[in-house]
Design a protein around this ligand. Structure first.
Ligand SMILES: O=c1ccn([C@H]2C[C@H](O)[C@@H](COP(=O)(O)OP(=O)(O)OP(=O)(O)O)O2)c(=O)[nH]1
Ligand SMILES: [Mg+2]
Length: 150
């Protein structure tokens, strides 16, 4: 299933490929950098994509890390999954952080993250005095234990 999403190339995005699915079953479209930039160990950068979007109402785009960059270079998205709201018309940027030991060199055109289109359900609060009882109750944060019963 696919739905149309409007995309506008900004001036510095000219000539770059649009985010694309690498295979027919890919969940995410790989987005490319519109800039040459080096991220030194421990630092962050909002990488320009040269793109602005109009995502249909009722959907969002999630910005997720690429596992290859995470495994090989310690490069990830600190706010993962980044949220691109349907009403955002500014430039889509990919925030990256270098958890590795070496400077990470990005060249314009490098695929830096993946974009996943996802449906959004908004909540309306229904405030109550009492919540229903459950088996879990207030237990959380490891309350069910950690070791599998072998
Ligand atoms: O990785 C990201 C995350 C966000 N955005 C843009 C699109 C999104 O719609 C907007 C706001 O993002 P978010 O709500 O995560 O940030 P905020 O810190 O809450 O800022 P704001 O007050 O603008 O909502 O910034 C990006 O381009 N890349
Ligand atoms: Mg916000």
């Amino acid at each position: 299933m696919s739905i149309p999403v409007q995309v506008k190339r900004l001036a510095h995005g000219a000539g770059l490929p649009l985010p694309a699915y690498a295979t027919s079953g890919a969940a995410g479209m790989d987005a490319v950098s519109a800039e040459d930039v080096t991220i030194v160990p421990g630092s962050r950068h909002a990488v320009a994509t040269g793109l602005a979007l109009a995502i249909p109402e009722g959907y969002e785009i999630q910005v997720r890390p690429r596992s290859g960059l995470a495994l090989k270079h310690g490069i990830t998205v600190p706010n993962t999954p980044g949220t691109i709201d349907s009403d955002y018309r500014g430039e889509l940027k990919v925030i990256l952080i270098n958890h590795g030991t070496d400077p990470f060199v990005i060249a314009r055109g490098d695929r830096v993250a993946q974009l996943v289109l996802a449906p959004v359900v908004q909540a309306t609060w229904e405030e109550v005095e009492e919540l229903d009882a459950t088996t879990r109750g207030e237990g959380g944060f490891g309350s069910t234990g950690g070791h599998a019963k072998l």
